[in-house]
Design a protein around this ligand. Structure first.
Ligand SMILES: CSCC[C@H](NC=O)C(=O)N[C@@H](Cc1ccccc1)C(=O)O
Length: 677
């Protein structure tokens, strides 16, 4: 018998969300950002916490910041740098800035005022300088000119955005007009700034450049970075690697191949090799990221050769990469059958082994033989574990234990069914707390997006299986054909034929689950976001009427032709097998809107106006189509949310509308509260 209160949206938002850890050089402490939300005020604050890997109690390092994020321990171990937006000496940060704080506590200090803001950074090995990313006007010289331009731009009265760029939006970001991401160097004690790309044609990739896009050599003399050499930057641009010599500013090409895309370079401990991820984009756009290593032709040389190391390993290597101290192996996370583990890839014998098992490993660090991981699972949010040499992993924080102990969370189970083409397809189930197979339960499919992502042993805030199950649903998440983590052939199997195999898999799971004694064929629902939203719209046009009692379509792709308005149009041209003006029939055959005439199942359509990945016109067109056809539909539209609903009060509304909608079409339940207008 499950004990505790039902796990609801309010409990979900009380969880303290832990971010990726950074270890002190001696491995004795980790620093993590922890975000707390206030539902009433609809706000959040992120503070930094120190976690002892040796057994001490967690300690708050910062308190004051609105959002103190991305903490990185300095190589000397004496201080921690982070990015925040704060008040200091009467000056309020207009853009995110770099701060340092003594590692044993004290006041945080702004390192410099960078008018154009700081995106991501890395310490240099001397512990006195930091390399960081800032978006700047490439033709201007010096921080003063940048500051003037930034002020002018900030104060302009016009709101229009004019561009001739191909890539001008990314997910929910409108890329800053006329600015590009440059690497900079700052002296932590003097605040002296230098734009390392000033006067060069170089810039980092424009699609969310982060700290994995560059690395600093162990001797502190060079920086390797990934950049797109094409004059016209695109979301699917193929990056090359180059190395900047700090003393002279010279930039040497490290690896460039028009057929390949490179990312996430990391120097080996001796600085003579660079590990990175490489994907053979020319062969196919779905080709996985593999582990590659570049090696100097002789010590200190500018030239070298690169080779793929993990070609025989049918997994996608996910950044960041981390060299083992002996230079013989590289650590990284990779998915496998609905879980994401931390792996160690041994270079001499090209073999991968799991070093920390998921759940889902979201972050890790390793120093002085100690590894820390940030990992969650379907039944609990992220936790931090430390693994000291020769010891079993040990949890080093208890941020959410008392909250979770007061609530009942259901059981999660990995099952399999026989899906499309006779292939085995994984299905994750989450049962309501106190599940009794002799009773009847509604079934709710929660369909993941991507399509090349996966559901699994992972905690979710926006699609919380724990919250859904607490309302009495058995939640099923099918890793349909196209999902990641099941090998390349499975991932690529849906290319140029979106919709068909995925739906066969979901239907196979429905069929199998309906054979369970607890299942009720009148109470089967399906909900999905983004590509999962596309699939529920597709199902609406293809599944026999009455098969599903109601759908929820969040940020769903409805019409692949109109999707040309999004930020990633060049990708889906490749996925669908052509552009709509060349392959009109092929594109239409994979588009949910083509089957509108068969859509008859009640649907709640949800969309955010600031979603540039799936523009809200997709959701509105779907909703309008259902209304025009006399199909019951409801629209939940957020003017201030993007692809995801991230504000506490909007999330509360989201879950409220979600459950109201399902209850309305559930013969086993009455609506919990009167429906709003
Ligand atoms: C490979 S195409 C889409 C890239 C991307 N995948 C990673 O998540 C994505 O944005 N997927 C969207 C849905 C979508 C699919 C195709 C084109 C645009 C958007 C998602 O499911 O989040």
């Amino acid at each position: 018998m499950a004990t505790g209160k039902p796990f609801d949206v309010d409990a979900l938002w009380k969880i303290e969300r832990i971010g990726p850890p950074s270890l002190s050089p001696d491995g004795s402490q980790a620093v993590v950002p922890v975000t707390r939300y206030a539902m009433q005020a609809n706000t959040s604050r992120t503070a930094l916490w120190l976690l002892s890997t040796l057994g001490g109690r967690p300690r708050a390092l910062t308190h004051g910041g609105e959002k103190d994020g991305q903490p990185q321990w300095s190589p000397r171990g004496d201080r921690i740098a982070f990015i925040g937006r704060r008040d200091q000496e009467g000056e309020r940060d207009g853009t995110p800035q770099l701060y340092v704080i003594p590692a044993d506590g004290g006041e945080a200090r702004r390192v410099a005022t960078v008018a154009t803001g700081v995106e991501a950074f890395r310490w240099l090995p001397d512990g006195r300088r930091i390399a960081f990313i800032s978006w700047v006007w490439p033709a201007l010289r010096g921080p003063k000119a940048q500051a003037r331009a930034h002020k002018q731009h900030h104060e302009r009265k016009e709101t229009g955005y004019a561009t001739s760029e191909t890539l001008y939006r990314y997910w929910d970001d409108q890329l800053p007009m006329g600015r590009v991401p440059h690497l900079h160097l700052v002296d932590v004690d003097t605040g002296r700034l230098r734009d390392l790309f000033e006067g060069t044609p170089y810039e980092l990739r424009r699609a969310a450049p982060d700290a994995t896009t560059f690395d600093i050599a162990p001797d502190g003399e060079r920086i390797v970075f990934a950049y797109d050499p094409a004059p016209d930057k695109r979301v699917d641009g193929r990056c090359a690697l180059a190395e900047l010599v700090l003393a002279t500013g010279r930039i040497d090409l490290i690896a460039r191949d028009a057929d390949w895309g490179f990312a996430a370079p990391r120097y080996s401990p001796d600085g003579e090799r660079i590990a990175f991820v490489a994907s053979h984009q020319e062969r196919k756009h779905t080709m996985p990221a593999q582990l590659a290593v570049w090696e100097r032709s002789r010590p200190g040389a500018r030239t070298g050769r690169w080779a793929v190391e993990s070609a025989e390993w049918d997994h996608e290597v996910q950044a960041p990469l981390h060299w083992e101290d002996d230079g013989q192996a590289v650590l990284f996370a990779a998915e496998q059958r609905g879980r994401r583990h931390l792996w160690r890839f041994d270079l001499p014998d090209r073999r991968a082994e799991v070093v920390c098992e998921g759940g889902w490993v979201h972050g890790f660090d390793k120093a002085a033989g100690t590894t820390v991981t940030l990992a969650d699972a379907a039944t609990h949010p992220a936790r931090v574990h430390a693994c000291l040499p020769g010891q079993a992993p040990r949890r080093i924080e208890r941020f959410n234990d008392s909250l979770l102990n007061a609530h009942a969370i259901g059981r999660s189970e990995e099952t399999w069914c026989t899906g499309a083409q006779g292939d085995k397809v994984q299905v994750w189930l989450m049962y309501p707390p106190g599940f009794d197979p002799a009773r009847k339960y509604p079934l709710l499919h929660v369909i993941h997006g991507g399509p090349h992502t996966a559901a699994g042993d992972v905690w979710h805030y926006r699609w919380s299986a724990a919250v859904f199950a607490a309302q009495g649903y058995v939640v099923a998440s099918v890793n349909y054909h196209g999902s990641s983590g099941f090998g390349y052939a499975f991932l690529d199997s849906i290319t140029h034929r979106w919709g068909a195999l995925e739906m066969q898999d979901i239907e196979a799971a429905t069929e199998q689950l309906l054979r369970e004694p607890w299942a009720d064929p009148r109470r089967v629902f399906a909900a999905g976001g983004s590509y999962g939203g596309f699939l529920v719209a597709w199902m609406n046009g293809h599944a026999p009427p009455g098969r599903y009692a109601a759908y929820v379509c969040h940020a769903g792709c409805f019409d692949w032709t109109a999707m040309f308005a999004n930020d990633a149009w060049s990708w889906h041209v490749q996925e669908l097998g052509g552009a709509y003006w060349e392959q009109a029939a092929q594109v239409a055959a994979q588009s949910a809107h083509t089957f509108a005439a068969s859509m008859a199942t009640p649907t709640l359509v949800i969309h955010g106006a600031r979603d540039y990945r799936v523009p809200d016109a997709q959701g509105l067109a779907y909703y309008n189509t259902l209304k025009a056809r006399g199909v019951e539909a409801r629209l939940l539209w957020f003017p201030d949310e993007n692809h995801w609903v991230v504000k506490p009060r909007n999330s509360q509304l989201w879950y409220g509308e979600f459950f109201d909608w399902l209850r309305r079409f559930d013969p086993g339940q009455r609506p919990a509260r009167k429906r709003r207008a």
